[in-house]
Design a protein around this ligand. Structure first.
Ligand code: C2O
Ligand code: CU
Length: 501
């Protein structure tokens, strides 16, 4: 029998969750995991930028890459070593920077001692490359062959994923998707960016080069010796279930560095912000005005027109593409992005270094693609995200069912619009594979939240809320997933399979 995190819960060692749930902390699902390590003073470590991955070869059809998933010992906290599981041994992994319409072929080599699966989040990807949670890359290292699971298309040691990138420019990311183990494996480092570019976007006068910066935000906790802390069954009965709301931790990493600092010119910058945290939501704000976040893009690419935000609420897996204008500050000024959902705790600091020439601007019209079609008479489906007891399973469910890879909860025809409604009990960031969607209504009203604009693949749904989205799948037939992107919820079975036909 495989020891799954769900199996552990099903064994009955479940502590009562009363009082530690979302009721007490409506803005933040999850239990805080505190570091034992001595933590650094914030805003000392420079902001790293993940390296851009280079192809090993290219031909008329595609660019070919190889990534090695391996352990590495990194100095994340100054003076301490943390063992990570990283793509190329990095945290975050290397950034793929690719052109729309040009195929990316990635050979993923697993040199870890656990099985892995790679999913390109936001990718319009054929099913065999989408990262079905049982299409395991088995490790060649170690005595036992990783997690014992069957029923998927297993490969030994490596697997080749093909991404057609036949989609508009957008900030995607790739991460582990192993059934029942996604949360601990992403936590230990298996995540990175995949940026798609196209002409429409490149012709805009937006900041580029070293003024276009990814910000991958993820919270982590550290043991006294620097090792990652993550609740595990071996720590005693009930440890994992105590964290079934989700693991939130006390160190905020940006691009893998704790509370970093970055020097900027007094000009506009473009930031591609990804919340790669397992469970933590953020409400990002500047500690002192006048800077705001001018949103230009969402999960699925450019908005039709820019939207200005004083604060940015970002749930796990969401991306916000924003422009910040530092010309409103003086050289020598410091401005800090804080998280209003965590007592204004600092996330990242900017030091304004000097004045500089800025020939960028934010056009009033960004994209012609982002127009909402609102067809009538479409197929409707409801997806309910709730805590549940399904078949002896204590955990999280969709439509009353724990994830079962053998069960297709829906058969969805390609090329037709559907309206999907997502219904929640507590906070759940809901993600759909294969196609982006547009939010139609929230809480029964077509007055959306400020963060619902554009094409999204993950939507932050508040407690006891209903959100309706318009979705259409194209091109690829096969098995795909809808799930909660709170990774502890996902591992505890809040995932459902559907089939495109
Ligand atoms: Cu980012 Cu199915 O996940
Ligand atoms: Cu959830």
């Amino acid at each position: 029998m495989r020891l799954s995190r769900r199996g552990f819960l099903a064994a009955g060692a479940v502590a009562t969750l009363a009082g530690c749930g979302a009721e007490a902390k409506p803005a933040q699902a999850g239990e805080l995991l505190r570091s034992k390590a001595k933590l650094p003073t914030p805003f000392q470590v420079p902001l790293p930028i993940p390296p851009v991955k280079k192809p090993t070869r290219s031909d008329a059809k595609a660019d070919y890459y190889q990534v090695v998933q391996r352990k590495a010992s990194l100095e994340i906290l100054p003076g301490l070593k943390t063992e990570v599981m990283g793509y190329d041994g990095l945290l975050p992994g290397p950034t793929f920077d690719v052109r729309s319409g040009r195929t990316t072929v990635v050979e993923q080599v697993n040199e870890l001692d656990v099985s892995t699966v790679v999913h390109l989040h936001g990718g319009h990807t054929p099913a065999p490359s989408d990262g079905w949670p049982l299409d395991l890359i088995m490790p060649t290292n170690g005595q036992h062959a990783g997690h014992h699971m069957s029923g998927g298309d297993m490969t030994m040691g490596k697997r080749t994923y093909t991404y057609p990138n036949r989609q508009r420019a957008a900030t995607l990311w790739y991460h582990d998707h192993t059934m029942d183990y996604t949360a601990p494996q992403v936590y230990r480092g298996l995540f990175g960016l995949h940026i798609i570019r196209d002409d429409e976007e490149e012709n805009l006068p937006l900041p580029k080069g070293d003024r276009e910066i990814p910000l991958v935000i993820a919270d982590r906790a550290f043991d006294a010796d620097g090792a990652f802390l993550y609740p595990a069954a071996k720590d005693g009965p009930g440890v994992e279930s105590a964290y079934m709301e989700g693991v939130v931790a006390d160190v905020t990493l940006v691009n893998g560095a704790p509370w970093p600092v970055h020097e900027v010119d007094a000009v506009r910058y473009r930031f591609r912000i990804l919340n790669a945290s397992n469970a933590r939501r953020y409400e990002l704000a500047f500690d002192k005005g006048p800077a705001t976040f001018v949103q230009i893009g969402s999960d699925g690419g450019l908005l039709d027109k820019p939207v200005e935000h004083r604060t940015l609420v970002i749930a796990p897996a969401e991306r916000f593409d924003v422009v910040v204008d530092f010309s409103q500050y003086q050289p020598g000024d410091e401005v800090t992005i804080v998280n209003k959902l965590d007592k204004n705790a600092g996330v990242l600091r900017f030091k304004i270094a000097r004045k500089a020439v800025d020939d960028t601007s934010i056009p009033a019209t960004l994209s012609s693609y982002a127009v909402t079609p609102r067809p009538s008479g479409v197929v409707r489906r409801e997806w309910q995200f709730r805590r549940g007891d399904a078949g002896g399973h204590r955990g999280w469910t969709i439509n009353g069912k724990a994830f079962d890879p053998a069960v297709m909860q829906a058969q969805v025809k390609l090329d037709q619009y559907e309206v999907w409604s997502f219904v929640t009990d507590v906070h759940h960031p809901v993600h759909v594979h294969l196609a982006p969607f547009q939010v139609l209504t929230r809480g029964g009203s077509s007055k959306l939240s400020a963060y619902d604009h554009g094409w999204k693949d993950t939507v932050d749904i508040r407690p006891a809320e209903v959100v309706e989205v318009l979705v259409k799948f194209t091109a690829h037939k096969g098995k795909y997933l809808i799930h909660c992107h709170n990774l502890e919820h996902e591992d505890m079975a809040m995932m459902a399979a559907f089939e495109t036909i």
